[in-house]
Design a binder for this molecule. Structure first.
Ligand SMILES: Cc1cc2nc3c(=O)[nH]c(=O)nc-3n(C[C@H](O)[C@H](O)[C@H](O)COP(=O)(O)O)c2cc1C
Length: 360
């Protein structure tokens, strides 16, 4: 059977979800949060319920510095996932990213799989999403189309170079990407968030982004869901030995999340940083914020919890654990986290020294 562009995009979405749920797609790198320690106080001076975890993001206030990272929409049935994610995000007052809206650009019949998130929660901090390859292909007019599909507070432009390299149907032409981002920042009806998908962002690249006016960066570093591995499994089941071998050969690339956050924070205090890629525990989240992230994001653990019917419990416990750690650090607002002592050891310390980066 020969599939059209829209069907291929849609089918790929389903394959990604199945692989992410059923295969070991994390590692071989780690986030390097294991090299970060925060000396806690055995007897907190403040009770967790006194702590305010509120943060501002894209002109709205969220109850906790957490978003569900971009995952889905764009295939029949994914509206059920987006509905559940949005309902829980709404109840817990956190943000949410939509998966790539490419499918809705190719087939408007799929628009409802994204729109459902806004329908169930009018006040939700909701992020649109498009790949850099589509931004290059369609030009900046695509940004208006994205916001006409669903009302969003910002648009994440994802940079998935290493994924495209190993995808059997992967796009090329990334060298025109910075120019496309620059134009997007100038004309977009809502703020642009430049987002990785699990390979991290370096300080040099963050400097380039900052110089063209980018204010929001989702660093999505290495150590969590590894898109070389996800595509390795797809290539294997399609019998594509070349792509499978390329994936195997590049599965260790990327900047560990802890290093990437520190690198990007070093560029400017003005950048709003979403720390993501392998955030798995509340302690990871506090460490990410201590290293310089403004908020954190999680994808795969959220999908796993959704599939086990424990999404609300998982995220509620995450926020409670987060507050418990802040209490023991004597921190009563999120912006105070950067004042707590931090110990960085081992490879991360060496990396930061070699790169001339200081944790403030
Ligand atoms: C099933 C699934 C689908 C994803 N689809 C997208 C996408 O469409 N657009 C995007 O920018 N990132 C996408 N991502 C990447 C995540 O947003 C995130 O950057 C990455 O998975 C790292 O976070 P994690 O380690 O918490 O999973 C997807 C992740 C998962 C697990």
């Amino acid at each position: 059977m020969v599939l059209g562009e829209a069907e291929r995009t849609s089918r790929r979405k389903i394959e990604h979800i199945e692989i992410v749920l059923n295969k070991p797609v994390e590692g071989p790198q780690t986030t390097w949060f294991e090299y970060v320690f925060l000396p806690t106080r055995a007897l907190p001076k403040v009770d967790p319920e006194k702590i305010s975890t509120a943060v501002n993001f894209l002109g709205k206030t969220m109850g906790a510095p957490l978003i569900i990272e971009a995952m889905t929409g764009g295939a029949p049935g994914t509206e059920l996932i987006n509905r559940s994610l949005a309902e829980v995000a709404c109840q817990l007052d956190i943000g949410m990213g939509l998966g790539s809206q490419r499918a809705a650009l190719e087939s408007r019949e799929l628009a409802h799989t994204y729109r459902v998130a806004r329908d169930v929660c009018p006040d939700l901090v909701l992020l649109g999403n498009i790949g850099i390859a589509e931004l290059i292909k369609y030009g900046v007019s695509v940004l208006e189309s994205l916001t006409s599909i669903v009302e969003v507070d910002g648009i994440a432009v994802h940079l998935n170079y290493f994924q495209e390299v190993v995808q059997p149907e992967g796009a090329l032409g990334f060298s025109r990407g910075l120019e496309a981002i620059s134009k997007a920042v100038d004309v977009s009806p809502v703020p642009i968030i430049v987002k990785e998908v699990g390979f991290g962002i370096s300080k040099e690249f963050a400097e380039e982004l900052y110089s063209i006016g980018v204010k929001y960066v989702d660093i999505a570093g290495a150590g969590g869901t590894n898109w070389a591995l996800v595509e390795l499994y797809r290539a294997a089941s399609a019998g594509n030995i070349i792509k499978q071998n390329i994936a195997d050969g590049i599965k260790e690339v990327g900047i560990p999340t802890a290093a990437s956050i520190a690198e990007v924070r070093n560029v400017s205090d003005e950048l709003f940083i979403i720390g993501s890629g392998g955030i798995r525990t509340p302690y990871d989240a506090v460490k990410a914020l201590r290293l310089g992230a403004n908020i954190v994001g999680m994808a795969r653990p959220v999908l796993l919890a959704y599939s086990r019917n424990t999404l609300r419990e998982f995220l509620e416990a995450f926020i409670l654990g987060f507050k418990a750690i802040l209490a023991s650090l004597g921190v009563i607002t999120v912006s105070d986290i950067v004042k707590s002592p931090v110990v960085v050891v081992g490879l991360l310390k060496e990396w930061l020294d070699l790169r001339g980066i200081k944790i403030h």
